[in-house]
Design a protein around this ligand. Structure first.
Ligand code: ATR
Length: 298
């Protein structure tokens, strides 16, 4: 697959970007610029390092600088909600915004993480309706995953977290809308051993196993990988975490986190441009960048 060259940026080029702190490691510029090139759109996507004390100034600047919108990444996903005019239901529910659309100074906040997760899950061959799920972790990413699964009709979702209060807090927020679907538990080896074989899908949303700690695994060494279970790891660096390698070796279906990154970006691109995103090309661009990075750090 040939990733097309980025067009020159000129006065009429439509601008979007991503705000975060730090921002150097974001793959989003590569993913979106590859999509614009593929679609033949005169658009450009730039990484914007915005200090936490400058979030409101930066958002005011979107209109002044004619930005069509921005993605929002760590640590600003909650903070931006104070400065935008309206938020989508999903963003409101998650208490976090990852995509802003600027229409003549009127800013709307969206959260495309939940739908991005769901699209990648389905793409990986796993339909969410009626599933029994265990979600490891209870941070921002877990919130998107649990919301997506509950909304899509999962039968049950157990949220397991090292800090049990955080899992209980997440579950409390969802219980009004999805009573009896979502439960919380402490993330212990015993809890995982008990859940093994009782769930159809296990999603790791913790950072355990992420580069550089690639030898770590959220699944206990002495608990066998259960059969008939799909393993989804939100980590995409490395593409195959130790958890996914163990699951694959045990014959289970595995899905890595690159799909969620690509699909949340695809939905954002559609919000800004109205075009269906070239998902295959976006994934190829992300993969090329990741492989280059791996070579560079080897
Ligand atoms: P994100 O937005 O990516 O979800 P986060 O909000 O910082 O990031 O959440 C990180 C998650 O990984 C949390 O669930 C965290 O558990 P705690 O709430 O107990 O901190 C989990 N996590 C990080 N390191 C972990 C580890 N070594 N073992 C178990 N869980 C871990």
């Amino acid at each position: 697959m040939v990733i097309k060259e980025i067009r020159p940026i000129v006065g009429k080029t439509a601008l979007v970007g991503v705000i975060g702190w730090p921002i150097e490691h974001s793959l989003s510029p590569v993913i979106h610029n590859a999509a614009f090139a593929e679609l033949g759109l005169d658009w450009a996507y730039v990484p914007l390092a915005v200090h936490p004390e400058q979030v409101s100034v930066a958002l005011n600047g979107l209109q002044a600088l004619n930005f069509v919108g921005v993605n929002v990444t760590l640590p600003h996903k909650q903070e931006v909600m104070r400065y935008i005019d309206q938020v989508s239901d999903a963003a409101h529910f998650m208490g976090a915004v990852n995509t802003i659309h600027n229409k003549n100074g009127d800013l709307t906040g969206y959260n495309t993480d939940a739908s991005g997760f769901l699209n990648s899950l389905i793409e990986g061959g796993c339909q969410p309706e009626g599933l029994r799920v265990a979600v490891l972790g209870a941070g921002g990413a877990a919130r998107a995953v649990v919301f997506a699964l509950a909304r899509a009709g999962a039968k049950s979702v157990v949220v397991l977290n090292r800090t049990i209060q955080r899992a209980a807090f997440l579950v409390d927020d969802l219980n009004d809308s999805f009573p009896s679907t979502v439960m919380s538990q402490a993330l212990t080896d015993e809890a995982l051993a008990e859940l093994a074989g009782q769930v159809d899908l296990i999603v790791n949303t913790t950072s355990v196993g992420m580069y550089p700690d690639v030898q770590e695994c959220p699944w206990p060494d002495d608990v066998p990988i259960p059969n008939n279970t799909v393993f989804y790891d939100l980590v995409y660096n490395p593409l195959e975490t130790r958890l996914l390698a163990r699951a694959r070796e045990a014959g289970q279906i595995t899905i890595n986190g690159l799909g969620m990154l690509v699909h949340q970006g695809a939905i954002a691109l559609k919000i800004w441009t109205g075009y269906e995103a070239p998902v295959t090309m976006m994934r190829a661009a992300a993969l090329a960048k990741l492989q280059f990075k791996t070579l560079a750090t080897d």
